[in-house]
Design a protein around this ligand. Structure first.
Ligand SMILES: NC(=O)c1ccc[n+]([C@@H]2O[C@H](COP(=O)([O-])OP(=O)(O)OC[C@H]3O[C@@H](n4cnc5c(N)ncnc54)[C@H](OP(=O)(O)O)[C@@H]3O)[C@@H](O)[C@H]2O)c1
Ligand SMILES: *[C@@H]1O[C@H](CO)[C@@H](O)[C@H](O)[C@H]1NC(C)=O
Length: 339
């Protein structure tokens, strides 16, 4: 086979897939002009979410910003109220049983009863190797008894902290998966009934597509969200609601502060043993800016794209993972220092 025919063999199905099956809806912006769009941004106090608020405000949309840190949200409103169509704060914790319904009600009230775009950007990360998190200590092998006693409890083969691993996992699943699910059930009726073209946009991650060392429970939570919103999108499409999933690579934000498996910065347990804060694997080198990421998310929402992968070359690793998974694992191990 010649090179051009190989390229054509690859390109034709990709192009056909785009033309036949990928719904892109450029008409959304004519049905919902920028200055009429009603947007709720969950997780808007910092990072990508606060840049999303800036992008929407600068095109005169009606914006509700949601997060726990009230002061940051109020500063954002001060900054953006001169340009936004309108901008309101709703403070709340999306993992709290009391808050999700109230966030929904207050957001709809602020937007005069309707919503066009729900962006779910709140999230948390994890940064520890699983063995470290669960207290799986290779050194304990030295204490192995030489003979097998009848009352052996195999303590040298037990993890010291399995509970910590499970608790961190529950916390990260609550923020990255259960909260988006709960927000979706609360906002979906309003998106269906009050918008000409309702959108749910979920900020997932490359960790929702591929595994990466030191990110095991984060990958689990983002894979869960990916599966849920993939399936949901197919279900609700016929009601006119679009679901988009965004998968950024590394973005230059303070997301690491949210790590569910490290002591909170400034808490009594942080560095209590006087040790230096540990170096977290993975670099921010080549990270995209939160602004560029936010612009990509807004474009994806306008065009009603089902998948947005940023920067674009990460879609190559997703494709390569099917053909040369060994290479992709090698690249991931290299990035996180596991070679
Ligand atoms: N940075 C990256 O490299 C990267 C890469 C891929 C994907 N992402 C994803 O992008 C999203 C945004 O992260 P970011 O990088 O912009 O980090 P960030 O600055 O830490 O943003 C997280 C946002 O979520 C909010 N949030 C967290 N827990 C919440 C809760 N329980 N209730 C309400 N709001 C909550 C935070 O606000 P409060 O603390 O004020 O509540 C904050 O506004 C996350 O889903 C993350 O997984 C980030
Ligand atoms: C989801 O939201 C509802 C309404 O606010 C609440 O009753 C329920 O406990 C929430 N679930 C979780 C896991 O936060």
């Amino acid at each position: 086979m010649s090179v051009p025919s190989i390229i054509a063999a690859l390109a034709i199905p990709i192009i056909l897939d785009r033309v036949l099956f990928r719904s892109k809806d450029p008409a959304r912006t004519s049905r919902i002009p920028h200055s009429k769009e009603r947007v709720v941004i969950i997780g808007a106090s910092s990072g990508i979410g606060s840049e999303l608020a800036r992008v929407y405000a600068q095109r005169n949309a009606h914006v509700v910003v949601v997060a726990r840190r009230l002061q940051l949200l109020e500063e954002l409103v001060q900054e953006l109220s001169p340009v936004a169509g309108s901008i309101h704060v709703v403070q709340g914790d999306v993992t709290s049983p009391e808050d999700v319904r109230r966030i929904t009600v207050e957001s709809l009230k602020a937007l005069q009863g309707g919503i066009d775009t729900l962006i779910i950007c709140a999230g948390a990360i994890s940064v520890l190797p699983f063995e470290e998190l669960a207290g799986i200590d290779a050194a304990k092998a030295d204490n192995a008894p030489t003979t097998l006693e009848s009352d052996a409890d195999f303590s040298h083969l037990m993890p010291t902290n399995p509970q910590a691993a499970l608790e961190a996992s529950v916390r990260i699943m609550n923020v990255n998966y259960h909260a988006p699910l709960n927000l979706t059930s609360h906002f979906l009726p309003a998106l269906t009934r009050t918008s000409a073209a309702g959108n749910i946009v979920v900020v997932s991650s490359m960790a929702g597509k591929l595994g990466a060392p030191t990110r095991s429970i984060y990958c689990a939570s983002k894979h869960a969200a990916q599966g849920f919103f993939d399936a949901l999108g197919m279900e609700v499409e016929r009601t006119g609601v679009h679901v988009g999933i965004v998968s950024p690579g590394t973005v230059d934000t303070d997301l690491r502060q949210s790590a569910v498996d490290l002591p909170k910065p400034g808490s009594s347990t942080a560095g209590s043993d006087g040790s230096e804060p540990k170096k977290i694997a993975g670099t921010k080198k080549g990270a995209m800016t939160a602004r560029a990421c936010a612009e990509g998310i807004v474009r994806g929402s306008d065009l009603r794209q089902q998948e947005v992968v940023m920067p674009w070359f990460y879609s190559v690793s997703i494709a390569l993972n099917l053909i040369t998974p060994g290479l992709v694992r090698w690249l991931a191990k290299k990035k996180y220092g596991y070679l």
